[in-house]
Design a protein around this ligand. Structure first.
Ligand code: NAD
Length: 481
């Protein structure tokens, strides 16, 4: 049994109240460890440690903060294989995905912000010969970073790295469903010699631990990634206290395929954008709209390819589809397949729980990749976030119709457009109500670009200098000449 501990004031600690939660391996369905269910007193200790560390960390030269972060990134690189295996066991994702995407991205997130802080400049506004204003961007103080289970270390570091680089001290909470790599990170922070209290990692669930963090009066900003309902709850809690908020929430992303697309490239990328990480990436395209003249060909080829995708043991380096993250999530995803049938949809492939022959993983949470057609664009299956290996395919006849259906949801995170016609690509991207639009590609990420959603997909932007701006308070200083 693996025991996870909190990381507070530079040391690993058990929860004060000695309350614990089970940690379950989604590919076996078995408990394999325990994690702290931290309460107010643990959060209080973490906040106090962060407050004590803030004066020194915020005045540490940025070059030194950058150096500390690079040491941490080096250690992630050195332990990448162990971290990838831990992520796979904790989350159910294929170890090859964790090794090629999650862990390298966690390392590069930290390296990126270690570098970005060296180039973070502020503006000056000169008023003829009378006054000069300059913008003094100061770290905020103690900030919270709360992350979800789908890309555990990847999204955790995406928040922590800019917060620390900008000179803040952090109280962070990973998802209670996938806490293992955040715990390993805390051990690496100790090895890296990160000053005590600069980063504190408190484990536990949302209602107890998460709420204690977001409602704490000394937490001045909250960077949150997770579900839209949780984001709304955090906004309600934080707004009257005027905490700064960055909310990265759910999605229901359209993938719009025009008949003139580069077909082979579109087909192979659409397989990935539908089912990577078992469809549990906020950027997966779960609503596929296909121009009428291409619809039957696409349907035949896509379903043939999806039917060949087999779920397998996430620990096996050859596995491409692993387990979904939990039993309750598996049940939620399968309930949407049932709903789709009730709404008149036809399941073209998949749609069921898979029980592998390999006895070791026969109790795991596996779902066959699922393609559904015949649904109206405004039915619940096509409007609500499923967040699993389930996509719908829908024909469209005109560009206007595709845009209307794509924009019909409450979400607005990302979209993918497949066409060879340049002006149409720009036109459609401009019409889509999303924070990100990919044209003839998917999940290409330049860490300098603004990242985030519109509508119920969130408020604010992460990435590049946007993140450093979020984690600093701008003060205008005006001097008479
Ligand atoms: P979730 O909202 O249930 O949990 C996210 C985090 O919030 C967890 O650490 C959880 O413990 C914590 N939390 C829950 N209740 C809380 C509360 N009352 N106060 C404070 N913290 C609380 O989300 P999830 O199920 O872990 O993640 C899946 C969701 O995340 C999906 O909706 C997905 O689209 C979204 N997501 C969005 C992005 C993005 O960049 N927009 C990226 C990844 C995932």
């Amino acid at each position: 049994m693996k025991t996870i501990q909190n990381y507070i004031d530079g040391e690993l600690r058990n929860p004060q109240g000695n309350q614990w939660m089970d940690n379950i391996n989604p590919s076996t369905g078995k408990v394999y460890g325990r994690i702290p269910l931290s309460d107010n007193s643990d959060v209080e200790n973490a906040v106090q440690a962060a407050k004590r560390a803030f004066p020194a960390w915020s005045t540490t030269p940025y070059t030194e903060r950058s150096r500390c972060l690079n040491v941490l990134a080096d250690l992630i690189g050195k332990h990448a294989a162990d971290l990838a295996l831990a992520e796979s066991i904790d989350n159910g994702k294929p170890v090859s995905l964790a090794a090629h995407v999650d862990i390298p991205r966690a390392e590069s997130n930290i390296r990126f912000f270690a570098s970005a802080i060296n180039h973070y400049a502020s503006e000056a506004h000169i008023m003829e010969n009378t006054h000069v204003n300059y913008t003094n961007r100061k770290p905020i103080g103690v900030v919270a970073c709360i992350s979800p289970w789908n890309l555990p270390l990847y999204l955790f570091t995406w928040k922590i790295a800019p917060a620390l680089a900008a000179g803040n001290c952090v109280v962070a909470k990973p998802s209670e469903i996938t806490p293992q790599t955040a715990y390993l990170l805390s051990r690496l922070c100790i090895e890296a010699g990160l000053p005590n209290g600069v980063l504190n990692i408190v484990h536990g669930d949302g209602p107890t631990t998460g709420n204690a963090i977001i409602s704490h009066p000394d937490i001045k900003a909250i960077s949150f990634t997770g579900g839209t309902n949780t984001g709304a709850h955090i906004a309600r809690e934080a707004a009257p206290k005027f905490k700064k908020l960055s909310l990265e929430l759910g999605g229901k992303n359209p993938n719009i395929i025009f008949a003139d697309c580069d077909y082979d490239k579109m087909l192979s990328t659409t397989l990935r954008s539908s089912f990577a990480n078992q469809g549990q990436i906020c950027l997966c395209g779960s609503r596929i709209f296909v121009e009428e003249s291409l619809y039957e060909k696409f349907k035949t080829d896509f379903v043939a390819k999806v039917s060949k995708m087999k779920v397998g043991d996430p620990k096996d380096p050859k596995t491409k589809m692993g387990a979904v993250v939990s039993k309750s999530h598996m049940e939620k995803v399968l309930s949407y397949v049932q709903l789709a049938k009730e709404e008149g949809g036809k399941v073209l492939c998949g749609g069921e729980q898979v029980i592998p022959e390999n006895e070791e993983i026969s109790g795991g949470f596996f779902i066959s990749p699922t393609v559904i057609e015949g649904l109206k664009f405004d039915c619940r299956t096509n409007q609500e976030e499923i967040f699993g290996p389930v996509v719908t395919i829908t024909p469209f006849s005109t560009e206007e119709e595709a845009i209307k259906m794509a924009n019909s949801v409450e979400y607005g995170l990302s979209a993918t457009i497949w066409t060879q016609e340049l002006s149409r690509a720009h036109r459609v991207a401009n019409e889509l109500q999303t924070g990100i639009a990919w044209i003839n590609c998917w999940l290409v990420r330049d860490l300098r670009t603004p990242f985030g959603g519109t509508k119920s997909s969130g408020v604010g932007r992460e990435g590049g200098f946007e993140a450093l701006r979020f984690f600093t308070e701008a003060q205008n200083v005006c001097i008479e000449l």
